[in-house]
Design a protein around this ligand. Structure first.
Ligand code: PAN
Ligand code: ZN
Length: 177
């Protein structure tokens, strides 16, 4: 049976994304105190590292905007926790809206890769690849993520073993080591 469409089409741009954020039902803030053990050095507990604004999932698609602050803990750039999707068939797409970032990815069998993002660039994260975003710029890094409703988030695996690669500043420039 056909149901009457509930939603209107939307356009999200580098300029109007705050309107999308204002309509989001979920907002999550990650501070240094939530990220103990993720960085090589101890972050300031009260410092906000990133925020995530989650919209209501529409049909099979969920969307969220991440605002990752600029800054470093020691020589290591601010980053998200990173996770695998619980569903092995669920990939994700990251659209960069603002700033300069790197998406670090890795598989459970130890393959690793990274893509650099600037506005207008899109990262296609295949199913089975854990993903973490790193802000290597001097302003907020803002990206829109689209992922399947049944993706699920497995943080435990990364909490336990971490990512193989890290992004640090060397000679004033970001370097993946
Ligand atoms: C993103 C991430 C968001 C925050 O929406 O959830 O960037 O990163 P962590 O979830 O690793 O803290 C996404 O990948 N969703 O699936
Ligand atoms: Zn994800």
């Amino acid at each position: 049976m056909m149901t009457k469409p509930k939603y209107w089409p939307t356009v999200i741009t580098s300029d109007n994304y705050p309107e999308f954020m204002a309509r989001c039902s979920g907002r999550m803030v990650r501070k240094g105190q939530d990220m103990a053990g993720y960085f090589l050095e101890k972050p300031n507990p009260e410092t906000v590292i990133y925020e995530v604004y989650e919209a209501e999932c529409i049909g099979n698609n969920c969307s969220a905007i991440t605002i990752l602050k600029p800054g470093k803990v020691g020589k290591e750039y601010y980053m998200t926790k990173g996770h695998f999707h619980e569903d092995d068939e669920s990939g994700e797409t990251y659209f960069c809206l603002k700033g300069r970032g790197i998406v670090i990815m890795q598989t459970r069998d130890g393959r690793t890769d990274e893509v650099w993002l600037v506005p207008g660039t899109v990262a296609c994260i295949p199913p089975g690849w854990a993903h973490r975003t790193v802000n290597v710029g001097k302003e907020d890094f803002v990206m829109l993520a689209i992922f399947p409703v049944n993706a699920g988030h497995d943080y435990k695996s990364i909490e336990k073993s971490g990512f193989i690669k890290r992004v640090i500043e060397k000679n004033g420039k970001p370097q993946v080591i």
